[in-house]
Design a protein around this ligand. Structure first.
Ligand code: 2HA
Ligand code: ZN
Length: 271
């Protein structure tokens, strides 16, 4: 059996959480990540028959029975994952009943998975239906994106359109736009269900005045989506109090999207 601390998926999780912490997106216990793993790959590092303990999830995820995820822990700080992955991360498998998590590794101080597990697993189910390659669900509190939530209308079309105007790459990186939920109590099945519903259509979902969710086939892709939104939101926040002298026009956004061959939300433009 190989040393789990050398597994690429553990290394990627520690590098990503450290990176997000240093960007100032994940203060204290803010943010959470879940990453669907390949059973055969995990089997090189762990005895898959050995369940350390079982933890109820509080909801059913039948479509994920037998699936294995590496997830960040509830109350744990992204800041500390790098130095102590075995306490701050866990590897769980969804049990045959669809509503229990079998702990295979980690959370070694008796901890458990993120409080946002409903939003994560429900989003995995929604995304896998649209994109069978999807593996990662990532939640974070990026500073400028959050700031923008307070001064910009929380309307999917208008919010996406403003961000598309802020950096040339935006419409190419997230042509499908951004879904938005109003402020809701976090950590509940209700916000999980609402997030998953948005995930049928979007790879990015803003939780009004809380943060953002991004998904992808690997950590880089989910991170890159959020990073691009955050960069555009930063440009917006740096410029929104000043007269706008120049902008990228809608006809130019169309030219970009067509040149890069991306399928974009035409209804999010004012053509
Ligand atoms: O895990 O970010 O949404 C802490 C949070 C809750
Ligand atoms: Zn949060």
């Amino acid at each position: 059996m190989k040393d789990i601390l050398t597994a690429p998926f553990v290394r990627e999780m520690t590098a990503t959480t450290a990176n997000m912490y240093r960007l100032g997106w994940d203060e204290r216990n803010g943010g959470n990540i879940s990453y669907l793993l390949d059973e055969r790959q995990v089997g090189e590092y762990l005895n898959l028959k050995k369940v350390i303990r079982t933890i109820p999830t509080g909801f059913r995820a039948d479509a994920l029975i037998g699936k294995i995820f590496i997830v960040t822990g509830t109350g744990k700080y992204f800041k500390n994952v790098e130095t102590d992955p075995e306490t701050n991360l866990g590897i769980i498998r969804i049990a045959k009943d669809g509503e229990t998590a079998e702990l295979l590794w980690g959370f070694c101080d008796g901890g458990k998975f993120t409080s946002e597990l409903p939003a994560h697993l429900m989003s995995h189910m929604a995304r896998l239906k649209v994109d069978p390659e999807n593996r990662v669900v990532m939640h974070s509190h990026p500073t400028y994106t959050l700031a923008m939530n307070y001064v910009h209308e929380l309307d999917e079309k208008k919010f996406t359109h403003t961000l598309w105007e802020m950096c040339t790459e935006c419409i190419v990186v997230f042509p499908d736009g951004i879904g938005i939920l109003p402020w809701m109590v976090c950590g509940t099945n209700a916000i999980g269900e609402a997030t998953a519903k948005k995930m049928e259509e979007f790879r990015l979902v803003v939780w009004g005045m809380h943060g953002i969710y991004g998904v992808g086939k690997n950590l880089d892709e989910a991170f890159g989506l959020i990073e691009t939104v955050e960069k555009a939101a930063q440009i917006y926040m740096l410029t929104c109090n000043r007269p706008r002298v120049n902008t990228i026009k809608d006809c130019e956004l169309v030219a970009l999207a067509e040149s890069f061959g991306v399928k974009y939300r035409k209804d999010f433009l004012n053509l």
